[in-house]
Ligand binder design. Structure first.
Ligand SMILES: Cc1cc2nc3c(=O)[nH]c(=O)nc-3n(C[C@H](O)[C@H](O)[C@H](O)COP(=O)(O)OP(=O)(O)OC[C@H]3O[C@@H](n4cnc5c(N)ncnc54)[C@H](O)[C@@H]3O)c2cc1C
Length: 352
């Protein structure tokens, strides 16, 4: 019988939840069937520069999401991100994601997702029981029946893996949404209007489906149509850039010929790869399980579903209609910790 806190999902959100629950001293089990999108997180947003603040970050996120996001959740994320400065040893690079009014995306050797999870696992040691398995809604219903006090955290990521041409692994199909519904939670914004397209995804060759970083547009990159004419890409956010490419027939040439070599190398790209055929591809899902600022899953009437929590890309409400680059990692970091802490706290309250 599973006891304490059970976390489904082994991406950044799941491991952050595990760490917070372990720190609270409760039994923790984490189940996952892969690493999710987390290994692809190269940078995440955290206001580190003097002209930046949690308030400006909040306004950028709400505006970037076309005011479709929930202000309370966005404020929670942006304020919560401030603590990351003390927790992780960022390497000093700060890049400006499209749609952010200042440079804000920090990194650790251009691989912050992988490195952060490695560091978290090292800190946790053997205090989390790990199971490599695919969890179903039926599993959760059975385990909950065996132990009604079990606290369940859903951190299964998004659903963009269901599309043929996508930047996500195929197994990310939104399994957590069905789990949440089976346990009584409500979903929101699970529709095509809440699928974030990555505008610059390779369409040819062995790296088909792998995106080329959009911030190179700040470093001299240009977007060209099939005839080699420059498209008006300057100043657009990811969503607007995708719309522009769709309007031009669905593909474009990402021209990196004027980008300095050091910027190409910083992004761990090949110096020879300068003219890349790209198309927008489903990249992040923006809707999902309805949560409050403590990561409780909510039902259709807005009431807390007892013992159920959710965090990361499986949730709704943070990104509105468009996720700013760097905010996926920040949301997973901040809400992962909140979910794990809250689940552990309520487990302890139930077991006093
Ligand atoms: C190519 C790419 C590049 C990106 N770059 C960045 C970036 O630089 N900065 C940024 O902020 N964001 C970036 N993102 C977005 C970011 O990766 C996600 O927002 C983030 O990974 C979400 O974390 P998560 O833990 O919620 O989900 P994930 O990291 O996707 O993890 C989901 C976990 O759930 C598990 N799971 C799913 N279903 C089941 C099941 N049925 N049973 C058991 N386990 C299950 C998976 O195996 C996995 O362990 C990028 C995304 C992609 C695709």
């Amino acid at each position: 019988m599973y006891k304490g806190v059970l976390i489904i999902g082994g991406g950044l959100a799941g491991w952050r939840a595990a760490e917070a629950a372990v720190q609270a001293g409760v039994p923790v089990t984490l189940m996952a069937n892969g690493a999710g999108n987390t290994p692809d997180i190269h940078a995440l947003n955290c206001p580190v520069l003097p002209d930046d603040s949690a308030e400006l970050f909040t306004e950028d996120t709400l505006a970037g999401g076309k005011y479709g996001g929930d202000r309370a959740l966005v404020e929670t994320m942006c304020r919560g991100s401030l603590a990351l400065k003390d927790e992780f040893d960022f390497d000093g690079t700060v890049i400006r994601p499209l749609g952010c009014s200042v440079a804000r995306a920090v990194s650790i050797r251009h691989a912050i997702g992988l490195i952060a999870v490695k560091e978290i696992k090292a800190r946790i040691g053997d205090r989390v029981a790990f199971e490599n398995r695919t969890v179903t809604p039926e599993d959760l219903l059975a385990w909950r029946k065996e132990n009604p006090r079990l606290k369940i955290v859903i951190a299964t990521g998004g659903w963009c893996g269901k599309y043929d041409f996508s930047t996500n692994p195929r197994y990310l199909k939104g399994d957590g949404l069905k789990m949440a519904e089976a346990l009584g939670a409500a979903l929101k914004d699970v529709d095509e209007a809440h699928v974030q397209y990555e505008p610059t995804v390779r369409v040819e060759g062995p790296r088909r489906g792998v995106p080329v970083i959009t911030t190179l547009l700040y470093e001299g990159a240009r977007m060209l149509d099939a005839q080699g004419r420059e498209l008006p890409a300057a100043g657009l956010n990811k969503d607007e850039l995708s719309s522009l490419i769709f309007k031009e027939g669905g593909t474009a040439i990402y021209d990196l010929t004027a980008v300095p070599d050091e910027k190409i190398l910083e992004c761990k790209m090949d110096l020879e790869e300068r003219l890349i055929k790209v198309a927008p591809a489903p990249h992040s899902s923006l809707g999902g399980i309805v949560i409050d600022s403590e990561c409780h899953a909510l039902d259709a009437e807005g009431k807390i579903v007892p013992g159920l929590y959710a965090c990361g890309e499986v949730t709704a409400g943070v990104h509105g209609f468009n996720r700013l680059g760097g905010n996926g990692g920040t949301a997973a970091m901040v809400f992962g910790s909140i979910a794990g802490r809250q689940a552990a706290l309520e487990f302890k309250q139930d077991n006093k």
